[in-house]
Write a protein that binds this ligand. Structure first.
Ligand code: ADP
Length: 438
């Protein structure tokens, strides 16, 4: 693997950054960080929360200055906001009282671009992100994915050489995220956009592997560069292809080593979190699919039919998919044979079928294994600590509540909130009721 060549655009040289906390203590957010970003690169910054990734990104944008060390653009120290860059935020950062056009025009306004030039640049950016027809809409009328498109359009309107993105898809559902990631790569490869270099902060291993040519892994306390991974997979990349998966596993192994205390215990296998949705939402979806021709519908239409927002619908669909009750070719949701069967069952049979499915789901499988090792009972605290290691970036309390709801429904788990304990149902003297029945 040859390291990337090309003109160095951004450079951090021995950057150390400290913050004074409200209690008077000093926090060292970054220590002696050096890295370069070259022309035509896509660089991803990954690592645990609080390791200074956003701080470094803001320095590249010229929004903050390093306490020690230097940040350079084309060899010159940054002086104020870097005009060659534009930033996209996770929070969208839209002003609710402005229309799409007005929100997109903000960056241009700040740069003194007006009149026809501004109108043209706004129209071009809106067209690039596929928001034609929504020019006069207000943010509250848009879905999360559309709001983020506005955020992108605002950044693209100034035709920045460098697009800096701080978890740009963090607030979006997975289907929208996949779609937007591909579009970001298209924008970067399209010479007409003017954008030739991307720097992205992300929590997602798949996202880093999908987008980046170079992945910088940060460690924390204080934030420092731990490892750099060159990713030579050709664009456009195919998620879930064998080569892609190899890269994902490599990055995951590095991150696991970063997140876990040394010495590293046996590397945990990758687990899939279960979407945080209710049982009734999944059965409601299956019920509705049964009424549709061929048992299938577009996820947008399903959201509309069932009166839920698109993001929620996608989570419900993913849960049903993990249980094998639907498949999702593209954005179409298709009921499977198992999905039809489960809906034809009476309540008790349906619980049994759900239990069998949950036992095959990796997260539930792991929990059950953990329970069996501990005589069928574990403290909530222990489960939460385990979940935190596997899913450092999602709120584990709410994941835990979902696990309990599904586990109880399927008569697999029992939870005693007063004692703070989770139990395996049917567990007696080292074996489960099901195992005894066999
Ligand atoms: P990351 O993006 O990797 O999650 P950040 O760069 O946001 O990390 O933050 C690194 C650390 O610095 C965190 O502990 C954060 O709370 C702290 N921090 C960031 N900005 C400030 C600030 N302006 N004042 C005080 N602390 C800050």
């Amino acid at each position: 693997m040859t390291p990337p060549q090309g003109t160095v655009l951004l450079e951090a040289q021995h950057v150390t950054q400290r913050f004074r906390l409200p209690n008077g203590q000093e926090l060292e957010a970054l220590r002696d960080v050096s890295l370069t970003v070259r022309e035509h690169e896509v660089v991803a910054l990954v690592g645990p929360s609080g390791c200074g990734k956003s701080t470094l990104l803001r320095m590249f944008a010229g929004l903050a200055r390093p306490g020690e060390g230097k940040v350079l653009y084309r060899g010159q120290p940054l002086d104020g906001v870097l005009a060659a860059s534009a930033m996209v935020f996770q929070s969208f950062a839209l002003l609710p009282w402005l229309t799409v056009v007005e929100n997109v025009a903000m960056g241009l306004e700040a740069r003194g671009v007006d009149g026809v030039a501004r109108r043209d640049a706004v129209a071009r950016a809106i067209n690039l992100v596929g928001l034609d027809g929504f020019e006069q809409a207000y943010p509250k009328e848009l879905s999360g994915g559309m709001k983020q498109r506005v955020g992108f359009a605002r950044a693209l309107a100034v035709a920045p050489e460098i697009l800096l993105m701080d978890e740009p898809f963090g607030a979006l559902d997975p289907l929208t995220t996949e779609n937007m990631r591909s579009q970001v790569i298209d924008l970067w490869r399209d010479p007409a956009t003017g954008v030739n270099t991307l720097v992205i902060v992300t929590h997602s291993v798949e996202e880093a592997v999908f987008l980046a040519g170079r992945i910088i892994v940060f460690g924390s306390n204080p934030g420092h560069v731990r490892e750099e991974l060159v990713n030579t997979l050709p664009y456009p990349r195919q998620e879930r292809s064998p080569d892609f998966n190899v890269m994902v596993e490599r990055l995951h192994a590095i991150l696991t080593a970063t997140l876990l205390p040394e010495p590293v215990p046996a590397a945990p296998q990758r687990l899939l979190p279960f979407p945080r949705v209710h049982v009734s939402e999944v059965t409601g979806l299956l019920d509705h699919l049964l009424t549709l021709p061929d048992g299938k519908g577009h996820v947008f239409e399903l959201a509309e039919d069932l009166g839920v927002d698109y993001d929620r619908m996608s989570a419900v669909v993913r849960a049903a998919e993990q249980l094998g009750w639907v498949t999702t070719p593209g954005e179409v949701v298709q009921l499977t044979g198992a999905g039809r069967d489960v809906m034809a069952m009476d309540d008790a049979e349906r619980k049994d079928a759900t239990r069998a499915r949950l036992l095959k789901q990796p997260l539930f499988g792991r929990l059950v294994a953990m329970l069996k090792e501990s005589e069928g009972v574990v403290e909530d605290e222990e489960v939460l600590a385990d979940l935190t290691i596997y899913f450092p970036f999602i709120p584990v309390e709410s994941l835990f509540r979902t696990v309990v709801e599904w586990g109880r429904y399927a008569e697999l788990l029992d939870h005693d909130p007063d004692a703070g304990r989770l139990g395996l149902l049917g567990w007696e003297g080292g074996t489960t009721a099901e195992a005894r029945a066999e």
